[in-house]
Design a protein around this ligand. Structure first.
Ligand code: FES
Length: 579
């Protein structure tokens, strides 16, 4: 069986001496040129706890790959820290970074004809970006998650990254001293690893494990554990097996696998960002996945896990109970997961879980089906005159299912932050944050700083927030994001004025402003699209190419007559056949 069917396009071809000369110059031997090439991509960089250890893990992957007689060739791509950029304009680059990551991995592995791919990733956009590239390339691939950070502690209070934003709200309201505020900042992030709650990174890692694209437990092994290093070392054997089986991402990331991922996101009470990212990954894999598919899963699957941000526990707590495999085992026993699907181990999901103990009454992190945290899913799709193409609500049940009140409108996150600082937010209001969508932001920034500040100010259960931007996985409260069409495209949000009465109903899945069609038409006629928010560079390219949130904000959408074309893989089959 030929395992180097891509790289031999140039390692075997006598007419391509430069290709071989450069590889030999890079340290490969003639024997190496006959081996399969594994691209090992790391999103490691120094300035972020989620990414600071990833290059070290990629070294371990390379060791494991070499031990299997494969040639590991490391390369890096970028990452953008959501924690660092939340609350400032840098956040506009965050969702954009997902596309850059996908594009750069596709370009590297595509250009250099790597036979297989391992991506070592750690922060929110790293993971969907890597998976999109794997799906586009469709060569044997797996993802290694960098793992979660340890929890922090200060004066007996357990901390994580969101504690910092909430502490700011308390500081603004005079509830904590400057000294304690600094103390929280100094102790919230005690080492490497991704944010520790069921925020976006852990949601995506768990969903991708459910998709079958990581080895078991990758999503719950802590960043600093020896088990995480062992996972990296084992990667070579799994990649070799994937090559031998010719088991590719599109064989694994099927429609049924995405349904498993949606179930896991729901059970875990995961981030709303999963909606965007799983739609985008599915698009890259040629699978049709829509917001309605999330709603269908939400209608039948409960929230069971008591994890932050709405709940009590962190991923490190789950890790001590057996980690994500124990959750999967439990869900398999409940009949909520399809265990027959292939995974990157070369075995099925159920085979991977053989011998794993389900979570029982000895713990209270994962509730039993008979006593769920919420009987249906927390991710609800709402439609109405404010969101004709849909919006995503995160409703854990703790906030109630319905909210109505007068609108208070802000045209940017900065405006809202100022409004909070000026104590303009009153109980009962629906806070509208608009012109922060994929084009308007641009980059559909997350609104963690204002939502956490509202929590910190004690208004979390007294106001609702709606936006065409996103919410961080760390956000909780009555929040609705991804409002589509976005205000910049003239969506309903653009027409709202202060004091308009807004009704949000997560039981009926509606969101409307109580205005007549005539009044809305009058306002629409008077509305003018704002000028471009940027005039050069990657953000301008993003505005020009990004699809709306209902299509996952992908930048390679082909739509004709309202029909989205499902992409086929980018590899030249002709080149492969002739190699
Ligand atoms: Fe990287 Fe949260 S900022 S996982």
């Amino acid at each position: 069986m030929i395992l180097n069917k891509y790289s031999r396009i140039y390692t075997k071809d006598d007419s391509l001496p430069a290709s071989q000369a450069m590889l030999i110059g890079a340290g490969l031997t003639d024997a190496d040129l006959r081996k399969p090439f594994v691209g090992i991509c790391s999103t490691g960089f120094e300035g972020n706890t989620c990414n600071m250890h990833l290059n070290g893990l990629a070294d371990e992957v390379k060791r494991g790959v070499a031990a299997q007689g494969l040639v590991g060739l490391r390369f890096n791509t970028i990452g953008v820290s959501d924690g660092i950029t939340n609350g400032n304009d840098g956040m506009r680059f965050s969702l954009v970074s997902r596309e850059i990551i996908a594009d750069s991995i596709e370009a590297m592995a595509g250009a250099h004809y790597y036979d297989a791919l391992a991506c070592v990733v750690g922060c929110d956009k790293n993971m969907p970006g890597a998976l999109m590239a794997m799906a586009r390339l469709n060569r044997p691939s797996l993802m290694v998650y960098g793992g979660s950070i340890r929890g922090g502690e200060f004066k007996g209070q357990k901390l994580n990254i969101v504690s910092c934003f909430e502490a700011y709200g308390k500081k603004v309201n005079g509830q904590i001293s400057d000294e304690d505020y600094r103390g929280i900042i100094h102790n919230a992030c005690p080492g490497p690893g991704a944010c520790g709650g069921m925020y976006t990174a852990n949601t995506l890692a768990s969903a991708i494990e459910a998709l079958g694209m990581t080895v078991p437990a990758s999503s719950s092994l802590p960043a600093e554990s020896s088990a995480k290093v062992q996972e990296c070392l084992d990667t070579g054997a799994y990649l070799r097996r994937l090559l031998e089986l010719d088991l590719k991402p599109r064989d694994i990331m099927t429609r049924a696998a995405f349904e498993n991922a949606l179930v896991v996101v729901t059970v875990l009470g995961g981030s709303t960002n999963a909606v965007l990212h799983l739609i985008a990954i599915a698009h890259a894999a040629g699978v049709k996945l829509t917001m309605d598919d999330f709603q269908a899963v939400s209608n039948r699957v409960p929230v069971l896990a008591d994890l932050k941000p709405s709940g009590k526990y962190l991923m490190e707590d789950l890790s001590k109970l057996g980690g994500i495999p124990a959750v999967f085992r439990t869900l398999l026993d409940y009949g909520l997961l399809n265990g027959d699907l292939p995974t990157v181990t070369g075995r099925t999901l159920a085979e991977n879980l053989a011998g794993v103990r389900p979570l029982g009454p000895e713990q209270d992190l994962l509730r039993p089906l008979s006593n769920p945290i919420k009987a249906d899913g927390h991710i609800q799709m709402l439609y109405g005159n404010l969101a004709t193409k849909g919006a995503v609500a995160k409703i854990t049940g703790k906030e109630g299912l319905r909210f109505e009140g007068p609108a208070i409108v802000f045209n940017s996150e900065a405006e809202l932050n100022q409004g909070i600082a000026d104590h303009r937010i009153q109980p009962g209001q629906v806070v509208v944050i608009r012109y922060v969508g994929p084009k308007g932001g641009p980059g559909m920034p997350e609104m963690l700083k204002p939502t956490a500040a509202i929590m910190g100010a004690g208004l979390g259960d007294k106001v609702a927030l709606i936006t065409d931007g996103r919410f961080s996985g760390g956000t909780h409260g009555f929040v609705i994001g991804h409002v589509c069409p976005e205000a910049y495209d003239g969506g309903g949000l653009a027409l709202v004025e202060n004091g308009d009465w807004i009704v949000l109903d997560a039981a009926q899945n509606t969101m409307d402003v109580r205005l007549s069609d005539e009044e809305l038409a009058t306002r629409r006629a008077a509305w003018r699209q704002p000028p471009l928010p940027v005039r050069q560079g990657v953000l301008l390219k993003y505005i020009r190419t990004v699809s709306d949130a209902s299509h996952g904000c992908v930048t390679d959408l082909i739509e004709e007559n309202g029909q989205v074309e499902l992409p086929t893989t980018v590899v030249s089959q002709a080149a492969l056949a002739s190699a």
